[in-house]
Design a protein around this ligand. Structure first.
Ligand code: HEM
Length: 210
């Protein structure tokens, strides 16, 4: 029995990998981090959708837990990805490669945008939670306006586009031209997101909103 498990652990697959292969476990952990981040961003996007669809303070409040869960998952994913990614970078000696350097810069930009959105959302949700159903109309319309603000929705879209760009760079590890072309596509997607958001009826400003 013991002999059998040793054989299973040390048996290599078609690519020469075994269950005792540290790099394999790091890649596994890295991809778990990517999945957790994707779950977090998914919740975030669902929560933001609820915010832009909200027409009352009560429905704004309902978006709160979805967004807070999204934030927890996204932060956890970022920590796992960074820890495993740095170890992988040393393992495969890739810190001088353009795809990894570009990914790291984009990752930092994504974390900054994530923080910007996170802080703005936290402020909005705290304001929404304060007071009761009899709050004054001005404050409610200001909250609804903030919930539809481009300053919240655009950076969130940007974070999603950056994750897609990094995913491309990690999977294909292109050279300079490939990186440049993919960045052009990413920038076009950002403009597309801006155009869609600014023309969306759901993002129309509410009178008195910020
Ligand atoms: C949103 C961010 C990220 C995503 C979606 C992501 C995704 C991935 C994926 C899918 C792979 C597997 C590619 C393959 O096996 O062909 C990978 C590999 C890798 N990632 Fe990331 N990654 C991210 C962030 C990072 C960061 C921040 C670092 C470095 C600090 C990093 C370092 C690496 C390295 C070095 C590998 C190569 C592993 C190997 O060759 O065995 N990643 N990444």
């Amino acid at each position: 029995m013991i002999v059998e498990s040793v054989v299973v652990v040390s048996a290599a697959d078609a690519y020469g990998r075994t269950l005792g292969d540290i790099r394999g476990w790091l890649v596994f952990g890295h991809l778990v981090g990517v999945a957790v981040l994707a779950a977090g961003l998914g919740s975030y996007v669902a929560g933001l959708h609820r915010l832009s669809a909200a027409r009352t303070r009560a429905s704004l409040r309902e978006a709160g837990p979805v967004i807070r869960w999204g934030e927890q998952y996204a932060i956890t994913g970022v920590i796992i990805i960074l820890a495993t990614g740095v170890l992988l970078g040393f393992q495969v000696s890739a810190f001088d490669e353009a795809w990894l350097i570009t990914s790291l810069v984009l990752f930092a930009v994504m974390v900054v945008f994530g923080r910007v959105v996170g802080v703005r959302l936290r402020r909005l949700l705290d304001r929404t939670d304060r007071g009761d159903a009899t709050e004054d109309a001005d404050e409610t319309s200001s909250l609804l306006g903030s919930a539809r603000s481009l300053a919240i929705h655009l950076p969130a879209d940007l974070a999603v586009i950056i994750v897609l760009e990094i995913l491309f760079l990690m999977a294909f590890r292109p050279g300079t031209w490939g990186i440049a072309a993919s960045l052009v596509v990413a920038v076009l997607l950002v403009f597309g997101a801006f155009a869609v958001l600014s023309q969306s009826p759901a993002m129309e400003r509410v009178e008195g909103g910020g």
